[in-house]
Ligand binder design. Structure first.
Ligand SMILES: [Zn+2]
Ligand SMILES: [Zn+2]
Length: 297
């Protein structure tokens, strides 16, 4: 698959240039590979509403999941994260031992409800933002599949800073094409929505006195950081000729880490809270075999 091949080459370049990112790259690679599996497409729920008045399409979704697929995936990604030398080891051990329900972790991850994810995971501190990152990666195959199915259903006049599909904040902005239209991009589902040039995606500020931009001496040309002095947020901006592939947004986010460092040095931050609440219910599909045998779930 072309996108898979390109993802592999992007991952390869980053692996060679930044050996310190290998553990994280390994986990992202697994999530992107999993997102290509057709089984996830079958779990995409029916749309509950048309996404009007700022309501992300995922909000209110009821996902009938195949417990074996989701359980296998959660155990697998936690095992990879733990084996890659991250601090996910205690969580992976609890899930592997059956003390923690992988479906509950999955539900809170897909809702991008980091507080609930913390509660379910039984941790009271998120060391180095690890759990937030893990929650995004656990949710990624499901959210990328929803984006593939729903991309054409996003209202064309979506005017909000958060993702119209999953409600997450953008990780990047693209200044795209010859006319330089500004598009925001979601790292988790790959979502793509157009926005005005002078507007902070996080607080909606549009006063040019409050908005500015930074450049990094170490970054590639055509990469800047748009900052907002009202809320202290920032968004990395990349000039592109054609839309960045949805699966590559998470990789480009990692590849432009130097811009995050510059933003932090200037006291700008990504918002701690999520973009927009989304309520997602996960319902375990009864096994067909169990149905055939007439057994109770
Ligand atoms: Zn999204
Ligand atoms: Zn702002």
């Amino acid at each position: 698959m072309a996108s898979e091949a390109t993802s592999r080459s992007l991952l390869g370049v980053q692996d060679a240039e930044h050996p310190e990112w290998r553990p994280l790259l390994r986990v992202i690679k697994e999530a992107l590979r999993e997102a290509e599996r057709p089984q996830w497409a079958r779990l995409v729920p029916a749309l509950e509403h048309p996404g009007r008045r700022g309501r992300p399409l995922l909000d209110g979704a009821v996902i009938n999941i195949a417990p074996r697929l989701v359980g296998r995936w959660v155990r697998h990604i936690l095992g990879i994260a733990a084996g890659a030398g991250t601090e996910a080891e205690p969580l992976a051990r609890r899930v592997a031992a059956g003390w923690l329900d992988p479906l509950l972790l999955f539900e809170s991850a897909v809702s991008q409800d980091v507080d609930r994810f913390h509660e379910v995971a039984l941790v009271d501190r998120d060391y180095h933002g690890l759990l937030r990152g893990l929650a995004s990666l656990i949710a990624m195959p499901m959210l990328q599949s929803c984006r593939r199915a729903w991309a054409e259903r996003v209202p064309t006049d979506w005017a909000y800073g958060y993702c119209p599909i999953c409600g997450g904040w953008p990780v990047l902005a693209e200044m795209r094409g010859l006319d330089g239209a500004r598009h925001l991009r979601c790292g988790c589902c790959g979502g793509d929505w157009r926005t005005e040039w002078l507007r902070c995606p996080f607080c909606g500020e549009d006063d040019h006195e409050e908005l500015g931009s930074l450049v990094s001496p170490d970054s590639l040309p055509r990469q800047t950081i748009e900052v907002c002095d009202r809320c202290g947020g920032y968004v990395k901006t990349i000039t592109t000729l054609t839309p960045m592939r949805p699966e590559h947004v998470v990789l480009q986010d990692l590849a432009t880490l130097v811009l995050d460092v510059v933003a932090l040095e200037h006291d700008y931050r990504r918002p701690a809270a999520k973009g927009h609440e989304v309520a997602v219910s996960v319902v375990a599909e009864p096994s067909r075999l169990r149905d055939l045998l007439g057994l109770r779930p």
